[in-house]
Design a protein around this ligand. Structure first.
Ligand SMILES: [Zn+2]
Length: 62
C-alpha cells in the first residue's frame, strides 16, 4: 500500500494537502483525514483532529 500521507503524493493534492483545520483552526497544517458530519457533509481534518469526537466534527460550520 503506498503512503498517501507523506512524500511526493501530497504534491498532487489541492494546496499540496495543506490548509486550515476546521476543528482546531491550525493554519497550513496537513488535512489528510476525512470526517463525515451528521448531515453527510465530508470534511478534511488534521492528524490531531482525526481522533476528535463526532460532536466536534458536527460543530463545524462551513
Ligand atoms: Zn485540527
Amino acid at each position: 500500500m503506498p503512503k498517501t500521507k507523506r512524500g511526493r503524493v501530497l504534491w498532487s493534492l489541492p494546496a499540496r494537502g495543506r490548509g486550515t483545520c476546521p476543528i482546531c483552526t491550525s493554519t497550513r497544517i496537513k488535512l489528510l483525514y476525512p470526517k463525515v458530519k451528521s448531515d453527510g457533509t465530508g470534511v478534511k481534518v488534521c492528524k490531531r483532529c482525526s481522533k476528535a469526537p463526532q460532536a466536534k466534527v458536527d460543530a463545524i460550520c462551513i
